[in-house]
Design a binder for this molecule. Structure first.
Ligand code: C2E
Ligand code: MG
Ligand code: MG
Length: 955
């Protein structure tokens, strides 16, 4: 049986069911029994049994029901009890929750009050709005910051007058709720927006805003929360910062201090909202002068001092006097009595002044006047204190700068006038390149590059040769070590040559300075001079000096290697004669050709030098055996076997060669050359055109010659030279018309030596030049002495050697001697050989003309011995022709000779020349000459050359 279904039977249904079943049983069971059981008793028994069964079943059912009911009751009671207990617990819980809720509510209330307090009390403003310009809520700070009533924060507020407050975002202006509408456009992620709050007649303030969007959960309404933060101080600092930057830039641009000061004042007034800003300077007389000021105040109304008087009580005076920052609010301040009325009129509410200090001394003050009361808070004060410190620094810097500029101008001046080039370089990070920072005009000249082109550029790119000169390496080293260096370097490429002398050092700033000069010309000149000093100008061969260097080196080598070497002394035979006859021009050409031929006959390593005149020196180093020197000598001799082709003539010339060998004939340069020379003389003595090795005996001879040369020199110093005079006789009158001065050497032990012996040596050695001057001077003095004694004639002839005549200042020397002695040039005749007169045609012509213009007469001496024709004499400005004795000797001996002499005399007379015959010894000669109308004569027939005293008897 399903008890659950039974449980569903309600007592009513149960009772009705029992009623129906019981009723049906009562109604029908008896009837059924009666129908079935006829027996009464049985029926009765059955009736009773039936009744008993009914009662029993009913009792059983009642019992069951009761048991069930009681059990159910019990269960219900238990359940009820449990429910009760549960209820009891729940009740307890509810009570606790209620308590908690109460507490929480109180807390919430407290917190709300707190947050409201915060909300209303925080300095940041908070606006809650719906974005359409409608304000939902705003805290007090928001209203304060926005300078507006809550009620006015609506879209299109109604104003009777122009609204007091406006808001500027970028360049757009908003009023009232327009601002909220604008703020609603901002995304949460946008950076803060800056609002400038503009209130009429007040300093602007700046707010930064940030707007958050949110949606109400319950209502779904959109709201915006905007926070506002006062950024005025920061903005002010930014403005101040900009002013400082501007000042810095002005300093960098080199703008004058006065302009910078004025700009500072202007900027603080126009950009930072100050009414007046000034910079005052402490004056000696305790007053304050304002060098720069800007703003609404008139300086006339602000007499200021820094003493203790009423006018010294303002912020400026106090700041200067006390040396500390001063901030004063004007309203009710005892310090501003002197100016209070004026400042009130101008609505100045607060003033701050900051001392300007340099080296612990106050020299002025920077002052700012604000329309706001108590404007100078700690931040402002600290800023302006710092600013004033910078300002003071600026003044001192500017002063220093001015001095620096002065110094720089001076330094530039010096730099520009320096003869040395100066370049200053900045070093690139790695020290690999150097950038021009300075470049003076000397450097411009040397590099041929203008300063503008150079500055800022690198030396490496601009002047590639700097690296080749080794400059960059030295620059780097100087840069790294800091040690200055001197560098002399050169660079050559093809024709391009560069020499530089550099002094390089490092400045404390790290820059590199190069002081340099270009010595290219000097070096080239030196090189040229070296070349000239070491080479012979005529032949281009090395000269004696260079030969000596080579020989010295060769000797050292030979000594070390135990080798031999040879010196060959080569002299051309009879060159003097060739030179005199052909003229020096051809003589020179011949020498050049000889030099070339000699060079060609030698090996590459052999050295050939021109010793002078017609002498050559040859060095054969690393000589295996003496014989090889002979081979070379033979080769050289052989090279002369063919004639030399001059322009007009073919000339044969031969050499004489002397050879000395190291170490046999000497181990020094001097001895080897000397001995080769001696050997050469020996070769000459042996008939020329041969070579000779040095032998000991030659030494003596050679020394004799050398001794003569030395004695000549000494004799000149000791005035051993004197003059004899030979009369010049007029052939027709037989009278002495002049004298020829002829030199004599009076050697103490030896007596008189005739010129034929020493003149050639004097010519070779050049001694003839001082000797000739001595002769001329003595002759002039003698002539003047005779003139003083009224001893006619005044004509005096002096011999001039070719070498003398070629001296560069020959004419000047003659003039000088004449002027010194006081000799009349008209009384002087100079005798020049025809070859000397004909040589170097143009220049000798020039010389002769100058002498003639000066009044001196010119005679051609020894005429007929040279090659010149009478015709060529035509060109020369000469006066006298002296016919050589060789022609005179022919008189009475050879008819042809006489004919030649006669022709010479007549032709010379045709050329308007005076003719003098030399060396007339016989009467026959005299008569012939007289007959042929020769003008004058000179010779032993009349007189030998005589000392002055003796010759006087002929006058
Ligand atoms: P010269 O200029 O032709 O001088 C004439 C020479 O002939 C002189 O020789 C003179 O003594 C010599 N003489 C003069 N009459 C006769 C004579 O009848 N018979 C002979 N046999 N000789 C005669 P000296 O004085 O020995 O001079 C020789 C040369 O030396 C001069 O030749 C001249 O060229 C040169 N000389 C002399 N003195 C000087 C001088 O002061 N300077 C220069 N540069 N050369 C000088
Ligand atoms: Mg003469
Ligand atoms: Mg002569």
């Amino acid at each position: 049986m399903n008890w659950r279904k039974l449980k569903a039977i309600t007592p009513l249904y149960g009772s009705l069911l029992y009623l129906i079943i019981g009723g049906l049983w009562v109604l029908f069971s008896d009837r059924v029994l009666e129908m079935l059981i006829v027996d009464y008793h049985l029926r009765l028994i059955l009736h009773t049994a039936k009744g008993c069964a009914f009662v029993g079943i009913t009792a059983f059912l009642i019992y069951g029901l009761m048991v069930y009911a009681i059990r159910s009751l019990k269960q219900s009671e238990q359940a009820l009890y449990r429910s009760y207990m549960e209820l009891e617990a729940t009740h307890e819980e509810l009570l606790a929750t209620e308590e908690e809720l109460k507490q929480q509510f109180q807390e919430v209330q407290e917190r709300e009050a707190y947050y409201r307090g915060v909300y209303e009390g925080i300095s940041s403003g908070i606006l809650v709005h719906d974005g359409s310009g409608q304000l939902i809520h705003a805290n007090e700070s928001a209203c304060d910051l926005l300078r507006i009533n809550r009620k006015d924060l609506v879209l299109y507020p109604q104003y009777d007058e122009e609204p007091l407050t406006q808001y500027r975002i970028d360049k757009d202006i908003f009023i009232g709720g327009e601002l909220l509408e604008r703020l609603a456009q901002e995304e949460s992620s946008n950076p803060p927006l800056l609002i400038e709050v503009l209130v009429k007649d007040e300093r602007p303030t700046w707010l930064s805003t940030h707007t958050d969007h949110l949606v109400r959960k319950l209502t779904g309404q959109k709201e915006m929360i905007t926070t506002l933060v006062n950024r005025t101080e920061e903005k002010m600092m930014e403005i101040y910062g900009n002013i400082i930057n501007e000042v810095d830039q002005m300093v960098l641009k080199g703008i004058s201090l006065v302009d910078i000061e004025q700009r500072i004042c202007d900027r603080f007034v126009s950009h930072a909202g100050f009414s007046f800003v000034c910079i005052g300077f402490k004056e000696e007389n305790e007053s304050v002068s304002f060098r720069a000021h800007a703003g609404i105040l008139d300086i006339e109304h602000l007499p200021t001092r820094w003493d203790d008087s009423d006018f010294g009580q303002g912020a400026v005076g106090r700041a200067i006097r006390l040396g500390s920052p001063q901030a004063i609010s004007i309203e009710g301040s005892p310090y501003y009595k002197a100016w209070s009325k004026y400042l009130k009129e101008k609505n100045i509410q607060s003033v701050a002044a900051f001392p300007l200090i340099h080296e612990e001394k106050v020299f002025g003050a920077f002052a700012l006047y604000s329309p706001l009361p108590h404007f100078f808070g700690p931040m402002q004060m600290s800023f302006f204190e710092h600013f004033s410190f910078q300002l003071a620094l600026l003044f001192t810097q500017a002063k220093a700068q001015e001095k620096l500029k002065e110094n720089e101008a001076r330094y530039r001046e010096i730099l520009e006038h320096m003869s040395n080039a100066v370049a200053v370089y900045d070093v690139t990070g790695d020290g690999e390149d150097f950038i021009f920072k300075e470049f003076n005009s000397a450097a411009e000249r040397i590099e041929q590059c203008s300063r503008d082109k150079v500055l800022g550029n690198s030396i490496r790119t601009l002047f590639p040769y700097a690296e080749k000169l080794g400059l960059l390496t030295v620059f780097k080293r100087v840069w790294q070590t800091g040690e200055s260096e001197q560098l002399s370097s050169s660079y050559e490429e093809n024709e391009f040559q560069l020499w530089r002398e550099n002094f390089i050092y490092k400045l404390p700033s790290g820059e590199i300075v190069a002081l340099y000069r270009d010595i290219t010309h000097k070096k080239q000149a030196e090189k040229l001079i070296w070349h000239q000093a070491h080479h012979d100008a005529l032949t281009g061969l090395p000269n004696r000096l260079l030969f000596n260097e080579h020989l010295q080196y060769a000797l050292a080598q030979a000594k070390r290697k135990k080798e031999q070497c040879a010196v060959l002394f080569l002299d051309l035979d009879r060159f003097k004669f060739i030179n005199d006859t052909l003229g020096h021009t051809d003589g020179d050409i011949l020498l050049q050709m000889v030099a070339k031929r000699l060079r060609q006959s030698l090996r590459e390593g052999d050295i050939i030098a021109r010793q002078g005149g017609d002498e050559f020196l040859i060095l054969l180093s690393e000589l295996d055996q003496e014989r090889n020197a002979a081979v070379v000598a033979e080769k050289l001799l052989h090279s002369f076997s063919t004639p030399f082709q001059l322009e007009a003539n073919e000339v044969f010339v031969s050499p004489s060669i002397g050879i000395s060998i190291y170490p046999t004939d000497g181990d020094t340069l001097e001895t080897l050359v000397k001995h080769a020379d001696a050997a050469m003389y020996h070769a000459k003595e042996l008939g020329r055109n041969n070579y000779q090795f040095f032998r000991k005996e030659l030494h003596v001879k050679f020394h004799q010659r050398l001794a003569l040369e030395n004695n000549l020199r000494k004799g000149l110093e000791q005035k051993e030279f004197l003059l004899h005079y030979q009369p010049l006789v007029n052939l027709s009158s037989g009278k002495v018309v002049g004298v020829e001065a002829l030199i004599r050497w009076q050697i103490p032990e030896r007596g008189l030596v005739s010129p034929g012996l020493f003149i050639p040596i004097a010519e070779e050695t050049g001694l003839i030049v001082p000797m000739g001057e001595h002769v001329l001077r003595s002759a002039c003095l003698q002539s003047l002495a005779w003139q003083r004694n009224d001893a006619p004639p005044c004509r005096i002839a002096v011999n001039i050697s070719a070498r003398q005549f070629r001296e560069p200042y020959f004419v000047e020397t003659i003039q000088k001697i004449l002027e010194e002695t006081g000799m009349d040039p008209k009384c002087l005749e100079l005798e020049i050989t025809e070859s000397a007169a004909m040589d170097y045609k143009d220049s000798s012509l020039q010389q002769l003309r100058r002498l003639k213009e000066y009044g001196i007469r010119i005679a051609i001496d020894d005429f007929g011995t040279g090659y010149s024709s009478l015709n060529s004499l035509r060109m020369l400005p000469i006066d006298i022709l002296k016919i050589d004795q060789s022609f005179v000797r022919e008189i009475g001996r050879d008819r042809n000779g006489e004919a030649v002499l006669r022709t010479i005399i007549h032709l010379a007379k045709d050329l308007q020349l005076k003719v003098i015959a030399e060396g007339v010894e016989t009467q026959e000669q005299f008569d012939f000459l007289k007959k042929e109308q020769c003008d004058e004569m000179q010779g032993y027939l009349f007189s030998k050359p005589l000392p002055p005293k003796e010759v006087e008897k002929y006058f």
